[in-house]
Design a protein around this ligand. Sequence first.
Ligand code: HEC
Length: 112
Amino acid sequence: MKLTKLAVPLAIAALAGFSTHTMAAVDADAAQALFKKNKCNTCHSPDQAKKGPSLKSIAAKYKPKADGQAAIIKAFTTGPKVKTPDGEEEHKILDSKDAGAQKNLADWILAQ
Ligand code: HEC
């Protein structure tokens, strides 16, 4: 009896934790469409370095960081100077100022 009383709230807590996680799920279609529309794919491929690093390597770099999402958004919204195989240039700036779309794109990159 005592065990059941404890197990039920625990199970609910576990489920609640799980559902908040899935609620933040990425809209991959929207992210991919934005990525293509902005021609990000000309320099970033899912798993191979092109002019820019692969999405997998960007995800691996930023996943462990608490501010990973913000750092990724900064990279594609502020036009920082970046190193390319043939020198240095200002990074492309995403054409969308929609914070939700930017977060979704960053989360999609983090999920690669
Ligand atoms: C002309 C080529 C080019 C285009 C187009 C481009 N990028 Fe990049 N991107 C780069 C290069 C080069 C870097 C820098 C790599 C480095 O510093 O090691 C970079 C860096 C990044 C980073 C940060 C990686 C890091 O390690 O800090 C992110 C995130 C990113 N790009 C996302 C995007 C998104 C999203 C788009 C489309 C809006 C885009 N890029 C378009 C070439 C490009």
